[in-house]
Design a protein around this ligand. Structure first.
Ligand code: UDP
Length: 141
């Protein structure tokens, strides 16, 4: 299987509820290694740019407002089949529909405050990692 990189974001609710450690632990146990990591407050512009694909959707304004309501953790995760593996660990967008044992089923409150973001394709992963990290910020170990 191919070694891939994917972008993960722990959203403001994940930080406010003190789940950073447990979420990263799940990634590491599943063979997804954080190769770049930063805790940061997104500006409105950064959040709007990141979610530009959803700009015409009814939930866009609330999504941007939620994503800027507190700091987030942005990470590049590396491992075998990283894009799909991360999506499996996250669970469905709506935590009520997420499989038991997934991050969203265990920690998320609602479809808007759903604790984590994860790239949904290898192509998006490349663009999303480049949105947050320079190549020199990505480490090998
Ligand atoms: N979202 C929302 N309401 C909706 C659909 C999506 O608030 O009806 C938010 C939710 O936080 C989701 C994000 O918009 O994580 C991006 O939506 P997408 O469909 O890409 O879901 P994801 O890839 O995050 O599972």
């Amino acid at each position: 299987m191919a070694i891939e990189r994917t972008l993960s974001i722990i959203k403001p609710d994940g930080l406010k509820n003190h789940h950073i450690g447990e979420i990263i632990s799940r990634f590491e146990k599943a063979g997804l290694t954080p190769v770049a990591i930063r805790l940061q407050q997104l500006s409105q512009k950064e959040a709007e740019g990141f979610y530009a694909v959803h700009s015409a959707r009814g939930f866009f304004k609330d999504l941007v407002s939620f994503m800027t309501s507190g700091p987030v953790v942005v990470m590049a995760l590396e491992g075998e089949n990283a894009v799909l593996k991360n999506r499996d660990l996250m669970g469905a967008t709506d935590p009520k529909k997420a499989d038991k044992g997934t991050i969203r089923a265990d920690f998320a409150q609602s479809i808007d405050a759903n604790t984590v973001h994860g790239s949904d394709s290898l192509e998006n992963a490349k663009n999303e990692i480049a949105y947050f990290f320079r190549e020199t910020e990505i480490q090998k170990y």
